[in-house]
Design a protein around this ligand. Structure first.
Ligand code: GDP
Ligand code: MG
Length: 178
């Protein structure tokens, strides 16, 4: 009997520089944390196999590396992505304040059907918190996003965030019947 080919899901990680996008991807794919990530100037990409309801799925995740200045990300980066992790840093309010601009960028380039997981990262830095969990929950509710707080450092909720995003994308695709 032939094994079914795993389906592939593609999504992107966006958000301001320094919020922990590359660290989240590294923690998810390699289960490690690098305190001082050097950035390069290219878009990087990682693939990982997961299973949702016993079904194997190949996740392809694209990370912006050094292109996070608003509106400097090329349109092709958004093309064909079924979803996005939109990340802010709970210790830096300006990264939360920029979320609306990121959403505009997404709706302009990625289309209306994109599934978005809002991520409040660095939740290990509780004493430096500048954005409350409630504000994150509220913003997500107001804009129809999923929401989680994560720590790329301690790995808290990291696997869940990536897998829940994939599961949400699948559900939304099935709901649209396409
Ligand atoms: P990017 O520009 O969004 O890709 O952010 P990076 O992944 O390069 O992370 C920026 C800085 O924040 C680095 O020094 C990371 O080590 C640090 N960092 C990332 N995630 C976390 C986290 O969850 N907790 C803490 N304490 N530091 C983090
Ligand atoms: Mg990065």
């Amino acid at each position: 009997m032939e094994m079914p080919r795993p389906s592939t899901l593609k999504y992107i990680i966006i958000g301001d520089t320094g919020v922990g996008k590359s660290s989240l991807l590294l923690q998810f794919t390699e289960k490690r944390f690098q305190p001082a990530n050097g950035s390069t100037t290219n878009v990087e990409f990682a693939a990982k196999m997961i299973t949702i309801n016993d079904e194997p799925i190949k996740l392809k995740i694209w990370d912006t590396v050094g292109q996070e200045t608003f509106r400097s990300i090329t349109r092709s980066y958004y093309r064909d992505s079924a979803g996005a992790l939109l990340v802010y840093d709970i210790t830096r309010r300006e990264t939360f304040n920029h979320l609306a601009s990121w959403l505009e960028d997404l709706s302009e380039h990625a289309g209306a059907n994109v599934t978005i997981m809002l991520i409040g990262n660095k939740c290990d830095l509780a004493r430096r918190r500048a954005v409350s969990t409630e504000e994150g929950v509220q913003f997500a509710e107001d804009h129809g996003l999923y929401f989680m707080e994560t720590s790329a450092k301690t790995a808290q909720n990291v696997e869940e965030a990536f897998i829940n995003t994939a599961a949400a994308i699948r559900e939304n695709i099935e709901d649209r019947g396409s």
